[in-house]
Design a protein around this ligand. Structure first.
Ligand code: ATP
Length: 521
């Protein structure tokens, strides 16, 4: 239950995050979910000091990461949904073997990923451009290469001739110019059927990389089928690469390319679940959904949430799934470290940036909120509502409330287009006692649904819509520049980025400079 709605503006209560009875995510069968892994993971947490752990007051308030990171094999890569379903909602959600939503195909991509902050620089969010579709990694042109069957294996292809991220500290694979990193099976792109590629869950990725990029290809919608039949401008060749069928053909390689049949559950397991683990270990995390208008960002980040407490949908997106898992992990962790008096406290805020103005989505009467920066708080939004949450249903209420306040409009490309960037933030604070010392740890999780980049010609934007589009594109461009500047900094180069020109990038400096980033493209 959301406590004290509206009354906790920047002065959140210090009470325990959990509430009696709010145990919808507690594993019904202790051997079934989190506790098993949590036992293991609690060791990891104990031995891997968090980025933001402090021991007040004697050790000062320096936030410094401790290493090593948790052993990959100990990461609990299963969601607590089953338990959640049993105990509260009375439903049993599908696991990763649930049937795909549908198989179709679509020209444009979208999507996501995680990355781990570990002092390295972040990776590239592409600057918004007038060009639609995916344009992120360096394209490999003219790649009509022979099909050396890789089948449809989910394994990461060998990066011959180079290395992941080309030594730039990037968390995503960059295609090697002129050198295919995987070979294409013969792909037909003008039929209803498209090849399916399994995504691989690879927790060890996060030990070495800050940013991971996942492309999601959404199925064709009816109007696209009517207009173009099943013709697509993309063809997928592996679980890491995708080719734009143009002149010349261009191949792009990413950490993951989720084909049209990949559903919300699988996507959560690949990119959302590791973020929760990172936050539990005290690392700040951020997920961006970046993509052209209508490409599926809101569907991916939020999905179907309207009846979630009554009849949870398979189409619920990354955000509800993340919190289902987070609260189950929190409860299990508190249980397993009862002797240390471990207690978590979570606070959430939800804002939108529209035409460079920040509005509190949990209290829209607060508009044009100022961004502030000071030594104690870093960068923050003044007077933003922060509410304590203790269970998934608290989160759902905030999501429904905030989403209803978000600025939407119809464009030629999306009848319900989000015209603002939204940032849902959860601050996860934990306190425990060990060796007669009090410990405090923070992690921040930013879930960012960016407004869609768009070609003004195609989206039909005019008047107010045109002004919005200009602001959207400007802030996306600045975001791309800021992230590229982090990559430069990691290599000792300086690039001046006027990030304060964009509220979005100014706000996310906290995440991009100090913590790890997840980029949805
Ligand atoms: N993977 C998917 N499977 C099925 N339907 C999808 C998928 N992705 C998106 N859609 C549908 O496509 C439409 C557009 O998606 P959505 O509103 O999420 O786009 P968006 O990228 O957020 O757009 P905008 O930037 O304009 O807000 C919606 O009707 C959504 O349900």
């Amino acid at each position: 239950m959301v406590r004290d709605l509206g009354a906790m503006r920047r002065t959140p209560a210090k009470a325990s995050a959990s509430e009696a009875g709010n145990d919808e995510n507690a594993p019904a069968d202790p051997s079934d979910a989190a506790p098993v892994t949590v036992g293991a993971d609690s060791d990891a947490v104990a031995t891997r000091p968090p980025l933001l752990a402090i021991q007040p007051p004697h050790s000062g308030s320096k936030r410094k990461p401790e290493s090593p990171a948790p052993t990959p094999s100990k990461l609990p890569f299963r969601t607590p949904e089953k338990a959640a379903a049993r105990s509260r909602f009375g439903w049993v959600p599908p696991r990763s073997d649930e049937p795909p939503l549908r198989v179709g195909g679509t020209p444009y991509s979208v999507v996501t990923t995680p990355g781990k902050y570990r002092g390295k620089a972040a990776a590239a969010v592409p600057a918004a451009s007038e060009g639609g579709g995916s344009t992120q990694s360096t394209p490999t042109k003219s790649v009509n290469k022979p099909a050396h069957s890789v089948g449809m294996s989910a394994s990461r292809p060998p990066m011959s001739g180079g290395q992941r991220g080309a030594g730039l500290g990037l968390g995503f694979s960059m295609a090697l110019r002129g050198t295919p990193v995987s070979f294409a099976p013969v792909t037909v792109v003008n039929t209803a059927e498209v090849p399916h590629f399994e995504l691989r869950e690879d927790p060890s990725f996060w030990m070495e990389n800050n940013v991971q990029v996942v492309i999601r290809v959404r199925p064709l919608n009816n109007s696209e089928k009517n207009l173009h039949n099943y013709n697509r401008c993309l063809k997928q060749e592996s679980a890491q690469s995708i080719t734009w069928i143009g002149q010349p053909e261009s191949r792009f390689t990413f950490d993951h390319v989720a084909c049209e049949a990949v559903n919300q559950e699988v996507l959560f397991r690949v990119s959302g679940l590791p973020m929760v683990e990172n936050c539990m270990s005290g690392y700040n995390s951020c997920i961006f959904a970046y993509g052209q208008t209508g490409s599926g960002k809101t569907y991916t980040m939020l999905g179907e949430i309207s009846e979630l407490e009554v009849r949870p949908s398979q189409d619920r997106g990354m955000t509800p799934r993340i919190f289902e898992f987070l609260f189950a992990r929190i409860r299990a962790e508190e249980e397993s470290r009862r002797d240390e008096k471990l207690k978590y406290n979570c606070k959430c805020s939800f804002l939108e940036i529209y035409n460079e103005q920040i509005t509190d989505l949990l209290d829209p009467s607060f508009t044009n909120l100022p961004l502030r920066e000071d030594i104690r708080n870093g960068i923050y939004v003044e007077n933003l509502t922060e509410l304590e949450v203790g269970c998934v249903s608290d989160i759902i209420k905030l999501l429904i409330q905030g989403s209803a306040n978000r600025r939407m409009a119809a464009t030629n490309m999306n009848s319900e287009s989000s015209r603002s960037h939204s940032v849902f933030t959860c601050i996860i604070e934990s306190r425990w006692e060990k060796d007669s010392a009090s410990n405090l740890r923070f992690a921040r999780l930013n879930l960012v649904d960016l407004a869609g980049s768009e070609r003004q010609r195609t989206s039909g934007a005019e008047g107010e819509r045109l002004k919005e589009a200009a602001n959207i594109n400007k802030s996306l461009s600045t975001l791309g520049l800021v992230i590229m500047s982090l990559v430069d900094q990691a290599h000792g180069k300086q690039r001046h980025v006027p990030y304060r020109d964009s509220k979005l990038t100014f706000l996310l400096q906290v995440a991009t400079l100090k913590y790890h980033i997840i980029v949805f493209i």
